[in-house]
Design a protein around this ligand. Sequence first.
Ligand SMILES: C[S@@+](CC[C@H](N)C(=O)[O-])C[C@H]1O[C@@H](n2cnc3c(N)ncnc32)[C@H](O)[C@@H]1O
Length: 265
Amino acid sequence: MSSFCRLRRTLITTCVLSRCHYHILMYKTNVRHLCMASNLLKDNVSSNVWLQRQRKDIYVKQAGKENYRCRSAYKLLQINDRFQILKPGHIVIDCGAAPGSWCQVAAQKVNSICSYPSAPKGLVIGVDIQNMAPIDGVHLLQASDFTVKETQCKITEILQGQLADVILSDMAPRATGLKSHNHDIIVGLCFSVLRFSLNVLKEGGTLVCKLWMGGDQPRLENAMNSVFDNVRFVKPDASRDDSAEVFILGRGFKHSLQKHPQENS
Ligand SMILES: C[S@@+](CC[C@H](N)C(=O)[O-])C[C@H]1O[C@@H](n2cnc3c(N)ncnc32)[C@H](O)[C@@H]1O
């Protein structure tokens, strides 16, 4: 075979191979684009469902009228109407506070804005991993992960040796499609709040902690029972029926025991 023929054959082979690579590459790109399009479609469908639900929701409308930052305000208002946990002069720590509706409710109820000059003035500390716009009467620790030691030290610095009357947690991780995984993470957050409570909650104090129902609920309930006189699960009307969300409420903190909750029981 002449060198010209050899060169021609090599060129043809290279061309055929590069066309194959090109097709494989195009195929992969198309599959990737199809997956992206389907994810976008799914996101779009679920955000449309979310938007429709928001438009119909009475608590969303009420929150707009009453200037609460989100509908969650009514969950705390309803828990408080039923159990009277927030009183003027109270010191409250709100974990997972953004965008801030629980802080708004707490600030009104404990009189940290001093709306009632004759009533005792309370203190509200709001903590969130996200940034938040300022709220009247609330000491905010934003961009702060509650579970890290530094954040908890900052909270105790603000308390200046005082103990809290009420600790609230509406903390929630970014939910994944795996319910049991979401449950494990949120229960971990609850335990972190419970451990922190042992050092900063007043005798007789209250803890309200959000969780998503699941298999570890009894373990958390047992741990709460070892340090509170009264423990119960609460689902306020404002908490959507189709959500696994419940609140564990511990009242009558037994401070003198100083015992660590039995996480493994
Ligand atoms: C359901 S939202 C709270 C809504 C709030 N109660 C209100 O009424 O505006 C849950 C919040 O928990 C926060 N969060 C989740 N993990 C956290 C963590 N480790 N430390 C602090 N905040 C956290 C999220 O950033 C989110 O803002």
